[in-house]
Structures are given as structure tokens and as C-alpha cells.
Design a protein around this ligand. Structure first.
Ligand code: NAI
Length: 244
């Protein structure tokens, strides 16, 4: 089924990992996809793999004015944006007492401020057209907290509050906003975890495997499509049952 035929999606952090899988999945569903990464060249690699129309954009989501330009450029190339997936995210892990100001600020700027920048930039158009889907990629860590990730967990918990507020503000205009909260997904971000930590984590996952980027992409496709038209302000957890 190509339920997103004729729609235009923006996926931030789309050059690799979960963002790349989301871009490919939305393309399979029929959407044209604007793939955003800090490097336009790396975003282009994903665009080359799309099934239908797409375009690559280089943009640091932490920069508000570049996000406004991005939305304008993407609409000129592909048409009005109907789906925004805020997936760009970074980690700068450390225990609280050793966490540097720069580590706190960098994570907040990309993970939380970045989603604000892009969401504000698309909101007016979506409201005018009385339809749109905003899907923010948080993390189960935003729900539970995690040692060594005070900055990251705070940014992801912040995304949940942000999404629920946006959902309430925009519902009457037909714009829906939801969160996907992945558990442990095999990507470059998680590749460096030591073996003992991986074993310990695996023991906490009832489905007894780590997630794949495609597991998250499936949930995003669902939230972007007609089957989710009565859902807004929700957190969909995709973690093999780790957090219940
Ligand atoms: P990754 O590190 O493999 O990819 C991150 C992507 O974001 C890259 O394309 C990178 O270029 C882009 N990016 C980073 N900073 C950016 C910025 N300032 N502006 C534009 N693009 C930027 O990460 P992964 O694992 O694919 O994660 C994607 C999202 O899923 C992140 O938000 C992450 O926090 C979240 N997540 C990942 C989990 C995992 O286990 N891998 C678990 C839960 C959440």
C-alpha cells in the first residue's frame, strides 16, 4: 500500500541509522522525502536509495534561521510539507559531576532546540492547510532517565513535553504531533557500547534482541499515515518490551 502518495516528508538526521531507515520507509509508502543532515553530500546518499522523489539538504537543525531556509527550499523543490520527522540527535555522555557546559548545551541544541526550530518553521503552513503530522524521535531514556545521560535524557523528556504542547495547540487545525521512543537500536550511535553493557541490556529486553532502524521506521510510517488519524500527543515506545 502506498498510503502516503502525493505527500512531502522532511526527515532530519536522514543520512544514516534510524533517520535513513525512516526516509526509505516513507518513500516506500509513496511520500517525496527531503533528507536533511549536517552534510548535504551524506544526505544525498540516502536520496540516491529512495524509491521515488526526494532531495538532499545540508542543515544544522540547531540553527533556527537555517531551519527556516530549509523549509522554504524543501517546499520549493518538493511541494508543501505534510510530514515532519525530527530524528536528528546526538549524545555527549558523562556522569553529572564531570559533565561540561558544552556537553549539556550541544545535546540540548540539537535534540530539543532543533525540533523546536523545524517544527515552528513548518507549523504555519500545516495550520493553513489544516493537515500535517509531526513525529519526534525521543528515547525510552527520556521516560526512565539513565546514568551518564542527564543531558540526553533531559532533552528527550523535553521532547515529550514539547510534543504534547504542540499537539494541544495544533489539534484544532488538523495537525497531529506524536513521539516515537525507541529502546536500544543497532546504529552508529550505539555501536561503541562495551560488550558487558550490551549483554546487561539484552537481559532487560523481553523480545531478546536489539532493535533495528526498520523497527522504528515502521512506527513512524504508521504515525504518518491514515491509520493514526485519531492519535495525537502520544508516546509510542518501540523497545522490545524493555520499558512497560
Ligand atoms: P546516528 O548517530 O546514527 O544518526 C544521527 C543523525 O543525525 C545523523 O544523520 C547526523 O548527521 C544527524 N545529526 C546530528 N546532529 C545534527 C544536527 N545538528 N543537524 C542535522 N542533523 C544532525 O543516530 P541514530 O542511532 O540513528 O539515532 C537517531 C535518533 O534516534 C536520535 O535522535 C537518537 O537520539 C534516537 N534514538 C536512538 C536510539 C538508538 O539506540 N540508536 C535509541 C533511542 C533514540
Amino acid at each position: 500500500m502506498r498510503e502516503l502518495e502525493g505527500q512531502v516528508a522532511v526527515v532530519t538526521g536522514g543520512s544514516r541509522g534510524i533517520g535513513r531507515a525512516i526516509a526509505l520507509e516513507l518513500s516506500r509508502a509513496g511520500a517525496s522525502v527531503a533528507v536533511v543532515a549536517r552534510s548535504e553530500k551524506r544526505a544525498q546518499d540516502t536520496v540516491d536509495a529512495l524509491e521515488g522523489r526526494g532531495a538532499a539538504f545540508g542543515c544544522d537543525v540547531a540553527d533556527a534561521s537555517r531551519c527556516a531556509d530549509l523549509v522554504q527550499a524543501a517546499e520549493e523543490r518538493l511541494g508543501p510539507i505534510s510530514i515532519l520527522v525530527n530524528n536528528a540527535g546526538i549524545t555527549r555522555d558523562n556522569v553529572l559531576v564531570r559533565m561540561k557546559d558544552e556537553d549539556w548545551d550541544a545535546v540540548m541544541s540539537t535534540n530539543l532546540r532543533g525540533a523546536f526550530n523545524t517544527t515552528r518553521a513548518v507549523a504555519r503552513g500545516m495550520m493553513k492547510r489544516r493537515s500535517g503530522r509531526i513525529i519526534n524521535i525521543a528515547s525510552v531514556v527520556g521516560l526512565t532517565g539513565n546514568r551518564g545521560q542527564a543531558n540526553y535524557a533531559a532533552s528527550k523528556a523535553g521532547l515529550v513535553g514539547f510534543t504534547k504542547s504542540v499537539a494541544q495547540e495544533l489539534a484544532a487545525r488538523g495537525v497531529l504531533a506524536n513521539v516515537v521512543a525507541p529502546g536500544f537500536i543497532e546504529t552508529d550511535m550505539t555501536a561503541e557500547l562495551p560488550d558487558e553493557a550490551r549483554e546487561a541490556l539484552l537481559g532487560r529486553i523481553p523480545l531478546e534482541r536489539f532493535g533495528a532502524p526498520e523497527d522504528v521506521a515502521g512506527a513512524v510510517r504508521f504515525l504518518a499515515g491514515p491509520a493514526a488519524s485519531y492519535m495525537t500527543g502520544q508516546v509510542l515506545v518501540v523497545d522490545g518490551g524493555m520499558v512497560m
